[in-house]
Write a protein that binds this ligand. Structure first.
Ligand code: BGC
Ligand code: CA
Length: 297
């Protein structure tokens, strides 16, 4: 039985993104970071001080991870680059898709070994023109998945043997055997099928019991699944349709942060969901996350 949980959902800060995405909890600095892909902005909010800081990167940004030196590594419109957290300066490294101007990056994460994985999608959101790349610690970049339409959620199992992945329009969550030492993935299996009426699977995170948490684009919800039994366990309803991603944060990783979008909504839809684009938090949600992996610098 799926439990629909009526938890208290708060807006973190009065700010709405066009396309809010990629939430990451920076445990060392106790900061929740997220991005606005289309506006090319990185937001950092300190819950203790209640302050919001925004970095403008002047190009679309698909995902960020925190580096061990505190700066960000990002997958930007023009490829991979470091972003100085204090000055906002962008230092580009390389672009695996400089021949594909109609693609952009969307969602990425570090794996348990600290490699940066990031996927792409065509701006039309229709052609299977995207891929998933991995940037190794020595900055070399390899392609790991091809023929992706909207590259989205990524997570790794607690035992570091499996990597989970979502290409949104497939409505599926796939599991691959993951070799931590080489960063290779293979033996793809479809483990979860999202019913169409629940929207499209988007961003994803994993909790400390190995359960997957999936954001539903056009689905007004986040759901929790057991990847082994393929059972849906929980549903958290949200006051917005376009739920893009989620991650655990807070001192004890028990607050669930959820990003959302307002892009593409009509005036009428916006009136019905005035909080679209907000960053939400379910404090003390009753579940606990796992710390985000960082890129070693
Ligand atoms: C992308 C959006 C896309 C959506 C569809 C998001 O992660 O950033 O551009 O429309 O996924 O699920
Ligand atoms: Ca997403």
């Amino acid at each position: 039985m799926v439990k629909t949980t009526q938890l208290q959902i708060d807006v973190v800060v009065e700010h709405t993104c066009l396309l809010g995405e990629g939430p990451v909890w920076d445990a060392k600095r106790k900061v929740i970071c997220w991005i606005d892909i289309l506006k090319g902005e990185i937001h950092e909010y300190l819950p203790e001080q209640k302050t919001l800081k925004t970095i403008q990167v002047n190009q679309m940004i698909g995902s960020i991870v925190v580096c061990t030196n505190g700066n960000f590594l990002a997958a930007l419109q023009n490829g991979f680059g470091f972003i100085d957290r204090t000055s906002g300066e962008v230092r580009m490294i390389s672009d695996p898709e400089d021949h594909l101007p109609n693609n952009r990056f969307n969602e990425g994460k570090c794996d348990p070994e600290g490699r940066f994985w990031a996927g792409t999608m065509s701006l039309s959101e229709k052609d299977p023109a995207g891929s998933v790349y991995v940037m190794e610690k020595d900055f070399s970049v390899k392609k790991r998945i091809e023929g992706v339409t909207i590259s989205n959620g990524m997570a790794w199992s607690r035992d570091h043997q499996t990597s989970y992945y979502i290409d949104t329009p497939t409505l599926e969550v796939a599991a691959y055997d993951y070799d931590k030492s080489t960063g290779h993935i293979n033996n793809k299996k479809v483990i979860i099928k999202i019913p169409k009426e629940d929207g499209y699977p988007d961003g994803m995170t994993i909790d400390n019991e190995g359960m997957l948490w999936i954001a539903h684009w056009d689905g007004w919800q986040v759901t929790q699944w057991n990847p082994d039994t393929k059972e849906k366990l929980h549903r958290i309803q949200l006051p917005v349709a376009k739920v893009t991603s989620c991650t655990f944060g807070g001192e004890t990783l028990e607050d669930l942060y959820i990003t959302s979008a307002k892009k593409g909504l009509t005036e009428e839809e916006l009136q019905k969901q005035p909080l679209a684009g907000s960053l939400f938090v379910v404090r003390d949600c009753g579940f606990k996350g796992m710390p985000a992996f960082e890129f070693e610098t």
